[in-house]
Design a protein around this ligand. Structure first.
Ligand code: PLP
Length: 625
């Protein structure tokens, strides 16, 4: 098994090089063309781009868009399916302009469009999805303004589909379409009976937030008939949840939707498209299982189940095959971006070495612990462990009763942890380790302090225990021997990552490398391109990260250049969004310094330096330097 299961979660986009560095394979299935991540970092450092930073590989993004379109096209062709594929990318998954631009650019030749779920996303879709043959699908609850914007899209020739999520939206739309004199394209979202699998399974079923029951669909169709809008009802939509871990849920959903579709066609509703929503999962933990962070299928199986599911149902009922739409977001963008940062410190329980020299009159607990430590050898380590653990308990009790002094407690702490460390060194090379000693590495595990904020860069890891791969960028040809979890720099105990992937993990820890003095130990948090990139919050006022966009040369994809640097938030930026005015803040600090200068407590030259420093900080990056 490869270290950190790199090949398994990365869809082939990352690998470990012989040099021990993490390598990027920017183009799907071109495994011999690799970019060395360490070189990317070196180039960023040469350009003074501070970490933590988001690194986006635009070739990976382009590859994923091509991959989904080509897969649908080839399965459609191979199975003699008569409809076409018109995929859309859901803007909410990564709203960054550069991401949307790239997706629209590469998707253009496949008529790949955008999905929007709110007015601002629709505004972006109208401006960026300028291909009149691709779809713009509108989900989410809608008010009159949202519908007007959508109809504006129709007026300028776009294929904007208004998906009715709630019956009242249809009443509003009927009126507006008349008053604006537009023929809308109407989609109906089915409230599905089938349950999704995974964390988002409440997206379907009777209590789902969105969609129309069968009764509402029939009423909606009657209303459209009365209003002479039946020919506008062209799309049937469903979405049973994101990150569908089990392919069976997809099969069942296709079956249910195909039944609704064929029956509606037979009633004369001119539906042309069936939209299967999102849900195509990402195998974050590389286990190919029905774990919440994994899935038991791949893209081609997903596509095959959709295409053949509709084909079989339609053929049986002798109705035409619909065009197929999918709104996959996660699977398109997750792989292309990662967060890279440095480990800046280590917090470990046995970190301090207090001198443990014997003094006359010391408490017997201290003497006994020292004897155990000094007498430890290859034959008595288990006995030593059995003795030292209760002695440490006794030391705590004795301290609480005022029997042990502070110095004595400090000595017992040092002796206890030193003994555990020594036992670990003896046992780590043994073939057989007694069961109870297996807990020692975990007891000795460290917390590596990394310069980032979980709340900004890995929101789902905090909110829903989403597992994201954590991999060091270098030393991957060296066995990592230090069990660790990661803690961030926010003042919040929840600011940590303690769920990891792979066989090397032990409880809440993953093995990383022991930190060498003066070494920059970079780690990457991967698969952050979907949702994580854009959902982050400003906890502790750590703002957006510096970002670089990496592009491979067309004629030599293993060579790369930094196409763009997007500066992360400065202190001024984040403070301004919280209604502070940095100029007024600087004036206030300056006034305080001036007063001290007048009182002779600060020299004028020092005062000028201090205010310059304060202003420099305001203009600077929010993360640690
Ligand atoms: N479409 C709709 C209606 C959604 O609610 C979502 C997300 O939950 C998506 C598409 C994107 O889903 P995914 O990222 O799982 O592909």
């Amino acid at each position: 098994e490869q270290l950190y299961r790199v090949k398994r979660w990365s869809n082939g986009y990352f690998d470990i090089g012989e040099c021990g560095n993490l390598m990027v394979v920017p183009r799907y299935n071109e495994a011999n063309l690799k970019i060395n991540m360490r070189e990317v970092i070196d180039e960023m450092q040469a350009k003074n781009i501070a970490f933590p930073a988001v690194i986006r590989f635009h070739d990976i993004l382009r590859s994923q868009v091509e991959l989904i379109n080509k897969t649908f096209r080839s399965v459609i062709e191979d199975s003699d399916y008569e409809g076409k594929y018109f995929g859309v990318f859901p803007v909410k998954v990564n709203q960054m302009r550069e991401v949307i631009e790239e997706i629209v650019d590469v998707g253009n030749r496949f008529n790949y469009g955008l999905e929007a779920g709110s007015k601002p996303e629709l505004a972006a879709a109208l401006a960026y999805n300028t291909n009149n043959d691709s779809l713009t699908i509108l989900n989410g609850y809608k008010d009159e303004e949202y519908l007007r914007l959508a109809l504006l899209g129709r007026k300028i020739g776009r294929k904007v589909v208004i998906v009715i999520e709630k019956f009242s939206e249809l009443n509003m739309l009927v009126k507006l379409a008349k008053s604006m004199d537009v023929r809308p394209i109407i989609g109906l979202r089915i409230k599905m009976m089938v349950k999704g699998r995974g964390k988002w399974e409440s997206s379907s079923g009777e209590r789902a937030k969105f969609g129309l029951s069968i009764g509402e669909i029939l009423t909606a169709i009657s209303l459209c008939e009365q209003e002479n809008l039946l020919d506008c009802v062209q799309l049937l939509h469903f979405h049973i949840g994101s990150q569908l871990t089990d392919i069976r849920a997809i099969k069942e959903a296709v079956q249910e939707a195909a039944t609704v579709y064929t029956q509606l066609i037979k009633r004369g509703v001119p539906i042309q498209y069936v939209d299967v929503g999102g849900g195509l999962a990402v195998d974050y933990d590389g286990s190919q299982s029905t774990n919440d962070s994994s899935c038991n299928y791949d893209l081609s199986q997903y596509v095959a189940d959709i295409v053949t599911g509709f084909k079989q149902n339609c053929d049986l009922q002798s109705v035409p095959h619909p065009h197929l739409v999918s709104e996959s977001g996660r699977a398109i963008t997750a792989h292309h971006s990662c967060v890279v940062t440095k480990v800046i410190g280590e917090i470990n329980p046995g970190g301090t070495q207090f001198p443990t020299k014997k003094v006359t009159g010391e408490h017997i607990i201290v003497t006994n612990m020292r004897d155990i430590y000094q007498g430890l050898n290859d034959d008595n380590y288990q006995e030593a462990y059995n003795h030292i653990v209760p002695l440490k308990e006794q030391a705590i009790q004795a301290f609480k009763l005022g029997v042990l002094s502070l110095e004595e407690v400090a000595k017992t702490e040092t002796l206890y942890w030193s003994t555990l460390n020594a036992i670990e060194s003896i046992t780590e090379h043994l073939n057989f380790i007694p069961e109870e000693l297996k807990e020692i590495p975990e007891l000795l595990s460290s917390q590596y302090l990394a310069n980032f904020s979980v709340f900004q860069s890995a929101a789902d890891s905090w909110a829903i225990e989403q597992v994201l791969p954590v991999v060091p960028i270098s030393r991957l040809n060296e066995k990592p021997s230090k069990l660790c979890s990661l803690v961030d720099i926010t003042c919040d105990s929840d600011g940590k990552i303690d769920k990891f992937i792979g066989d090397e993990t032990v409880a809440n820890n993953v093995p990383l490398h022991k930190l060498n003095k003066d070494e920059d130990y970079f780690i990457g948090l991967f698969l952050t391109g979907a949702y994580q990139d854009v959902m982050g919050d400003m906890h502790n006022l750590f703002g957006r990260l510096n970002e670089v966009h990496i592009v491979s040369y067309d004629d030599d994809p293993k060579d790369f250049y930094i196409e763009e640097v997007v500066k992360g938030s400065s202190m001024e930026n984040v403070l301004s969004t919280m209604q502070y005015t940095p100029e007024i803040m600087a004036q206030s600090v300056k006034r305080a310094i001036d007063r001290k200068i007048q009182q002779g407590q600060i020299k004028p030259r020092e005062g000028v330096d201090l205010i310059d420093f304060y202003e420099d900080c305001l203009r600077g990056y929010t993360y640690l330097k």
